[in-house]
Write a protein that binds this ligand. Structure first.
Ligand SMILES: Nc1ncnc2c1ncn2[C@@H]1O[C@H](COP(=O)(O)OP(=O)(O)OP(=O)(O)O)[C@@H](O)[C@H]1O
Length: 595
């Protein structure tokens, strides 16, 4: 899959709203108790608000009309008490739903994080980290209001609406019909607006993702940016992306704002119609003043839930696009999955076989072409060749970071596609070119290779790869913080720590991809001695451009354009005077000329 960058919008599959809503509802389902409590509190609020105009009607038509001040005072106290209770209920239901909403967001975020961690390299190849972050953080956050308001708004307001309409019909059906006259216009217009609205919010989120991807990329490469003094260039790109983001936001908000205009217009016209018609009925003696006052109260109560429901609908449309983006990632199945009846790979002996292996990262571009080899358990194999020849790809297939396009990779006779990924990788020690350090101490970084390793084991691994000497010279020794990505350490020091980490795992198959490329030649010699001891008894694959480091390998495979061109030990390949000889002599000459 071609890599998406901050320059292009992500492409999303079209999803039906109702399906997304259905998936969101499933997250609320476990909180039945809280939802019922909230509904009970809302019932109190709604009942009080429904009763208020009736009490007003009573006050005007009965107590004021008959001059019963005592009755009026009692009614006033009753109204104050029930309204205070309603206010408390209204506040408390928000507390409950906010808690529920936070828990749901946590669950979604966790699910997303766990799912993304399981996705294959090809997923990460195809999109920038910043865009993934935008989904885990921004899009998940955007669902908060939706969950909080779903129960507090949707159900009570719908009930209020029906109840108010019922009471109005009961009070005076003619006046009630006049009040409802604007509803069809409102529904149709809101439906039409949401179509554009949804697209615009989706676009806004894509632009926000682009900006997030750019910020992440820029800060990750800040050393390059500053060393080439490209700050102005990056500022311009940032400004362009921000401007586009603002533009997409304004364009979405413009449509979203039309929601309000339409609701307020309908409210205004609806109220005018009711007042006009109500006055006519009053003049005709069909209703009393108290009825019209009560009706006026109900009109406001009728439009408030419509306003709230429109607001919720708007919120739904705004944030549904966030949910869509979350579920899209959740629906991506990892490329590398265990077969249905996958076996556990038994303790690895170490025989590795490539059987007519062809591999392409992207359709049609074969990076490995019909590769065949058979490595005996315990052999040390060096892979050499020009940049981009396919060396890393070969070891990526042994670790099953990708599946072959054609052919088989076998370890001890087991096809990797038939064994569980966990049982395979847990027995491998892999040191990639990217010697990644996690924020934490040196000790923690080495221990990453074997989480239950004792301090002694950590030190032993560091000693074996000659990392111990530099570590103890640091202010806090093994407890020194390495900072994010290991920025506290030199590249060579990071390589030594990554080596210790790989060895601590005591793997049956060891893969070292340019493990010592940044270590000075003197230290490398010492590291090599340590490594030779560690190579003993396990199958090892070593990729190195510095050919002096792989001279002792049992076999050297020369890779070129995705094919194995030569195989043999150092002496045999030199004698052959082929590609290896050429590579070796070029380095030798270069070093001599440089000296
Ligand atoms: N994730 C990827 N997506 C697409 N193409 C890739 C990917 N990784 C590597 N390639 C391509 O595959 C080819 C082989 O790459 P590979 O990393 O195996 O080379 P290599 O021999 O290890 O090179 P080097 O010595 O520079 O590390 C290269 O042409 C490279 O551009």
């Amino acid at each position: 899959m071609a890599k998406n960058t901050f320059r292009e919008d992500e492409k999303l599959k079209e999803t039906v709203n109702i399906k997304i809503i259905g998936r969101l509802v499933k997250y609320i389902a476990p909180y039945k108790k809280e939802v019922i409590n909230t509904l009970f509190l809302m019932a109190v609020v709604v009942t009080v608000s429904l009763v208020n105009p009736l009490l007003m009607r009573l006050a005007i038509n009965e107590y004021i009309a008959n001059g019963d001040l005592q009755g009026l005072a009692i009614l006033g106290v009753v109204m104050a008490v029930i309204n205070f209770a309603a206010m408390y209920c209204a506040r408390y239901r928000i507390v409950i739903m906010s808690r529920v909403s936070s828990k749901i967001l946590l669950k979604i975020r966790q699910e997303l994080f766990i799912h993304i961690q399981k996705l294959s390299f090809s997923f990460f190849d195809s999109r920038p980290v910043g865009k993934i972050l935008a989904r885990i953080i921004g899009d998940v956050n955007s669902l908060g209001d939706l969950f909080t308001n779903s129960v507090t708004t949707l159900i009570p307001d719908a009930i209020t609406l029906v109840a108010v309409a019922g009471i109005m019909l009961f009070l005076n059906w003619k006046l009630a019909l006049m009040a409802l006259i604007m509803l069809p216009f409102l529904s149709l217009t809101l439906f039409l607006i949401q179509i554009t609205c949804r697209q615009r919010w989706q676009d806004y989120r894509k632009k926000r993702s682009n900006l997030s991807a750019y910020i992440h990329e820029d800060y990750s490469g800040i050393r390059v940016v500053q060393s080439f003094t490209r700050e102005k260039k990056t500022e311009r790109t940032f400004a362009d992306l921000s401007k586009t983001l603002t533009g997409s936001f304004i364009s979405a908000v413009k449509v979203a704002d039309a929601f309000w205009a339409v609701v307020e217009l309908s409210w205004g016209i609806g109220s005018i119609i009711v007042f006009w018609y109500g006055t006519r009925l009053l003049t005709a003696g069909e209703i009393e003043v108290g009825d019209l006052v009560a009706f006026t109260g109900y009109i406001a109560m009728f439009w408030r839930p419509i306003m709230n429901l429109s607001n919720f609908y708007n919120l739904l449309i705004t944030n549904l696009s966030g949910a869509e983006r979350i579920f899209e990632i959740m629906d991506i199945a990892p490329d590398i999955v265990d077969a249905q009846n996958a076996d556990e790979l038994p303790e690895i002996v170490g025989e590795v076989k490539f059987n007519h292996v062809t591999f392409a990262y992207e359709d049609g571009e074969e990076v490995l072409k019909n590769v065949n080899f058979h490595i005996k358990a315990g052999e040390t194999i060096a892979l050499v060749g020009h940049t981009g020849a396919g060396k890393t790809t070969i070891v990526n297939l042994i670790s099953r970071f990708y599946d072959t396009t054609r052919g088989q990779v076998l370890i001890d006779g087991y096809d990797l596609k038939d064994v569980s990924v966990e049982s395979l990788r847990s027995q491998m020690g892999i040191m990639t070119q990217d010697t990644f350090m996690f924020s934490g101490t040196i000790k923690e970084n080495i221990r990453y290779g074997k989480l239950d390793a004792t301090d002694e084991e950590v030190v032993k691994a560091a000693q074996a790869v000659k990392a111990h000497d530099f570590i103890i010279k640091l202010e806090k020794g093994y407890d020194t913080d390495v900072n994010e990505r290991g920025s506290r350490l030199s590249v060579g020091q990071r390589q030594l720590i990554a080596l210790a980490r790989a060895l601590l795992a005591d793997p049956r198959i060891l893969i070292l991809d340019e493990a010592t490329s940044s270590i000075d030649t003197q230290t490398e010699k010492k590291v090599q001695e340590g490594l030779n001891v560690l190579f003993a008894g396990r199958t090892s694959f070593v990729i190195a451009h510095r050919l002096s480091t792989i001279r002792n390998a049992d076999r050297i495979m020369v890779i070129d354009e995705g094919e194995i061109k030569e195989v043999g030990n150092h002496q045999q390949l030199l004698a052959k005077k082929g590609m290896y000889h050429k590579l070796y002599m070029a380095q030798y000459r270069f070093l001599n000329e440089g000296a």
